[in-house]
Design a protein around this ligand. Structure first.
Ligand SMILES: Cc1cc2nc3c(=O)[nH]c(=O)nc-3n(C[C@H](O)[C@H](O)[C@H](O)COP(=O)(O)OP(=O)(O)OC[C@H]3O[C@@H](n4cnc5c(N)ncnc54)[C@H](O)[C@@H]3O)c2cc1C
Length: 306
């Protein structure tokens, strides 16, 4: 590992000023699960490392009916996953952690580190994107809140400006008659990244059963995690018949632009976007129809490549 100067600021203000001062030579350290691998490989060569874990008030984890869920920057997957209130009131979120790494990784890594790392194959962000999450950002010019997908600029690149630190994820309580699932398609059930990831959220009008809102987020099949908006448009306002689900699945596959690599060829990934979008959307639709309280759902499927 190359040498670097290390800081443990106690306040956001100090952390931000260090990041401004050292600019591109500085990097934030959070759970370190991406950081350590990248730095050891000399892929990242920070000269100044700003550990944000000693900053008070960044590890919050709160749920209220009015405010929804707030996940602080340094709150680990493990903590969120195990929190009884989150499990009971926002099961979707604790379930989405299960797709990431293994227990050791989840005891260190964070949802916000996953989002800031901006990997297209990130496993917690499709859920967040599909659930309409926002992120709160502290910076030299004050705080701002943006939809989480606006954080992603490209493979491994985020849109944060000099001195900016993401402080929390904000998730509103989903409306009733909403169904959800995240499907991770991967060679192994743990400790491997996705070949394709699909999150689907469907909200129905209980009076006529039509889809009033659909949000589909795709992972590992483009330069960033992104919403399949053409597929969503086919679903919105429609009765979700088999034909409509199939048309949306084809649209999602068309919207994807995967690369081929050691994990899977591009054509395979594209085909699987169609297969998994249809499967995820049908599942979310059934769940929404059943009237199950979306806050209590633990909907995740890890589908192995056999
Ligand atoms: C063995 C192994 C298995 C893994 N498996 C998976 C997997 O299955 N799925 C998956 O999605 N990922 C996986 N990962 C990747 C990693 O665990 C996740 O991306 C994790 O969520 C990163 O969070 P962290 O807190 O450790 O971030 P760090 O490593 O500390 O930081 C990651 C990046 O985000 C920046 N950053 C962190 N916090 C902030 C902030 N608050 N504001 C601004 N920038 C910030 C850092 O500067 C750095 O550039 C795996 C990693 C390992 C080592």
């Amino acid at each position: 590992m190359l040498p670097f100067e290390y800081f443990e600021p106690a306040t956001l203000r100090r952390a931000s000023s260090l990041l401004v001062k050292y600019g591109a030579d500085a990097r934030i350290l959070n759970g370190g699960t991406d950081f350590m691998v990248r730095v050891r490989q000399h892929f990242w060569k920070p000269k100044y490392v700003v550990n944000i874990k000693k900053i008070k008030g960044l590890d919050h984890l709160t749920y209220s009916k009015n405010q929804g869920l707030r996940i602080g920057a340094t709150a680990t997957y493990g903590r969120v996953e195990a929190d009884p209130v989150v499990r009971q009131r926002f099961g979707i979120v604790s379930a989405s952690a299960v797709a990431v790494g293994g227990v050791q990784i989840r005891n260190l890594g964070t949802y916000i580190g996953n989002a800031c790392n901006a990997s297209p194959a990130a496993d917690s962000t499709p859920t967040m994107v599909a659930m309409g999450a926002k992120v709160k950002i502290y910076g030299p010019n004050g705080a701002r809140v943006i939809p989480i997908e606006e954080l992603f600029a490209g493979v491994g690149r985020n849109t944060l400006q000099a001195g900016e630190i993401v402080t929390e994820i904000q998730l509103d309580t989903p409306p009733p008659n909403t169904g959800f699932i995240y499907i991770k398609h991967s060679p192994r059930s743990q400790m491997d990244i996705s070949v394709v990831g699909v999150a689907s959220v469907i909200t129905l009008n209980p009076d006529n059963g039509r889809c009033v809102d659909a949000r589909i987020a795709l992972g590992a099949v483009g330069p960033t995690v992104f919403r399949a908006k053409k597929a969503e448009a086919i679903l919105k306002g429609s009765e979700l018949t088999g034909d409509v689900l199939s048309r949306a699945a084809i649209a999602a596959a068309d919207e994807s632009s995967p690369i081929g690599d050691v994990r899977a060829p591009a054509e395979y990934r594209k085909d699987m976007v169609g297969v998994l979008t249809r499967r995820a959307t049908a599942y979310a639709f059934d769940m929404a129809k059943s009237g199950m309280d979306v806050r209590k759902q633990q909907a995740i499927a890890i589908e192995l490549i056999t």
